[in-house]
Design a binder for this molecule. Sequence first.
Ligand SMILES: [Fe+2]
Ligand SMILES: [Fe+2]
Length: 487
Amino acid sequence: MESKRLKKALEEIDRFNSEDPRQEIVDGVAYPQELIYSKRLTEWVLKLDPQPSEALRIAARGQHICRWTIPRENYPMGRGGYLRWRQVLKSFHAEKVGEILQEMGYEEDFIQRAKRLILKKNLKKDADTQTLEDALCLVFFETQFVDLMEKTPEDKMKVIVRKTWKKMSPKGRDVALQMKLPFEEKRFVEETLSAEIYGVELAKLLEQTRPLRDAVATHGIYTSIESLDQLRIFMEHHVFAVWDFMSLVKSLQRTLTCTSVPWVPQGDPLSRRLINEITLDEESDETEEGKYLSHFEIYLQAMQQCGADTTRVKDLIGRIQRGEDIREALWHSEVPGPARAFVGKTWEIVESQSPHKIAAAFTVGREDVIPEMFQNILKSIEKRFPGKLTRFAYYLERHIHEDADRHGPMAIRMLVRLCRGSPDKWQEALEVAQIALEARREFLDAVAQKITQNRSDSGSPKAFSRPIDQMKTITDLPANLVRHVSI
Ligand SMILES: [Fe+2]
Ligand SMILES: [Fe+2]
C-alpha cells in the first residue's frame, strides 16, 4: 500500500519533471521527457522488485529529476567534461529529492537513505541500489540503445554494452536477454557479450565465422530479385534448404532425446527441452489461421501463392516417402543442381551423427543467419511486390522474430552445452559451421547466377512466365494443400 506521504512525494517529483520543455511522443501524445523517463524507470523497478522499499520508489522517480536544467553543453567536451557533468548531475538530483522529502516531513535517516540510492552508493552490495541500477540499464536497452547505435561507431558501442553489462546483476541480465530488441541490435549485444554470457569458446567461434556469416546474411541475391519470375527461381531452389533444415532439427532431436519405445530418460534435460521446443515450432507452428503446419509446408503455400513450381520438391519427397534412399532420390529426381549439391552437404553433416557437429551447422549455419537474411529478402519483396505475397511475407516475418528472439539463443545454449569442456569438439564445431556456411554461400551464388541468366534471357522460360495477376491468393488454395507432402 502506498502511504499518503509517499504518494505526495511522488506527485511532487512528477510536478517538477512535468516542467521539462523537451517532449517525447508516445502513442501520438506528447509528454515531458523526464516525466516519461521516471515512469519507465519506476515500471522496471516494480518488475524487478514487486515490493520495493519506500526509499527505492522515491529514488527511482527522482533519479533524473529536472535533469534538463543542467545541460551537457555547460561542461567542456571530452571525457573529463563529461564525467564532471555526470558528477554534478548526481549530486543535484540527490539534493533536489532531499529537499522535497524534507518538506514532506520525512526523517533525516530516510532522506539520507534515498539520497544514497540516487547517488548509487554500494552498488553490488546494496540490493536496492542494484535494483535501481538494473532498472536504469533496462531503460537504456529498451529506449535509447537503438538510437545510440545508429550514431555511435561499433567499437565504442561495444565498450558501452560491456560497461552496462558489468553494472547489472545476474537477474537484471536475464531480463535484458529476454528483452525484445530489433534483431540487428539484439545480435550485436549477444555477440559483444558472447564471452560473458556463453564463454570464450563460443565468442571465438562466432568471431572466426563472422565474415562467412555476413557473406550469407547480406548476399547480393536478396536485392537482385526484381521480377516475379526471378522470385520463383529463388523459391524453387530455396525450398530444398527449407526442407533439409528439418532433417538437421530431427537428427538433433533423435540424438538428444529418446525417440524410441520403451521410453527411457536420455541425455541432458536442458538440451532435450531446447530441441523439443524448437522442433515444436518448426514442425507444427501455429499459422495465422490458428491451424498448425511445419515451416516447410507454410513455404509450399507461399510458393503456390506466387505461382512457383512445387513439383520437383514434391517429387523428391514422394520418392523418400516410398522408401528411396535420399542419395538415390536426389539423383533420380529433377532437383536443381545447386539444391542437390547443398542438400548433399547437409546430409553429410546429418550422417556424422555427432550432436555437436549437427548443432554447429544448425546454429551457426542456419538459425543465427536467418533473421538478417530473411529481413533482407522481406525488404526486397515488400518493395517490389507490395501487399501481394502475403504468405511468403508471413513465413519470413515469423522467422525474423522467432529465430532472433528464441531459436537463435536456444540453439546457442544447446551448442555450448554440447561442446563444453572439449577443445576438440569446439574445433570440430568451428569446422562444420564453416563448411555449412560455405555451402550456403555457394548455393546462393549459384542461384544468383540462375537469376542473372533469367534476366539476360529475352524469352523467359515458360515455367517462369506467369504474370502476377494470375497468381493464386491464399484463399484459392485447397484446404489441405500439402496433404501429400507431409514428412
Ligand atoms: Fe523455420
Ligand atoms: Fe527456427
